[in-house]
Ligand binder design. Structure first.
Ligand code: SF4
Length: 100
């Protein structure tokens, strides 16, 4: 699968509600300081920087406010899954009113 097509297809899904680019960058900055940040392989042979807890690439999930979860079978709000709590919470509070 073409990696660029995979990523564009993910972001273009109608159920996805996107953040601003600035908001996504702020979330990724938080990820860069996180102990769970590393390499993920969302599809075979496509290794990208991302969250090792949820397996999402840093260039997809942080760009969404809502997305369709294949695991849950429904549209869910995007959140950081860290076991110590949502590390994006403060960043999201700062940006959320600018997105709506
Ligand atoms: S646990 Fe949260 S902050 Fe850490 S890499 Fe995953 S999404 Fe980013």
């Amino acid at each position: 699968m073409n990696a660029v097509k995979f990523l564009l297809d993910f972001l273009a899904k109608p159920e996805n509600v996107l953040t601003s680019a600035k908001h996504a960058r702020a979330r990724v900055a938080v990820c860069h300081g996180c102990d769970k940040f590393g390499k993920v392989e969302p599809v075979p042979m496509l290794v990208l920087p991302g969250c090792t807890l949820c397996g999402c690439p840093a260039i997809t999930k942080p760009r969404t406010l809502k997305y369709y979860s294949t695991e849950k079978g429904e549209v869910v709000e995007t959140a950081c899954p860290h076991e110590d709590g949502n590390k994006w919470a403060e960043t999201d509070k700062k940006f959320i009113n600018q997105n709506t």
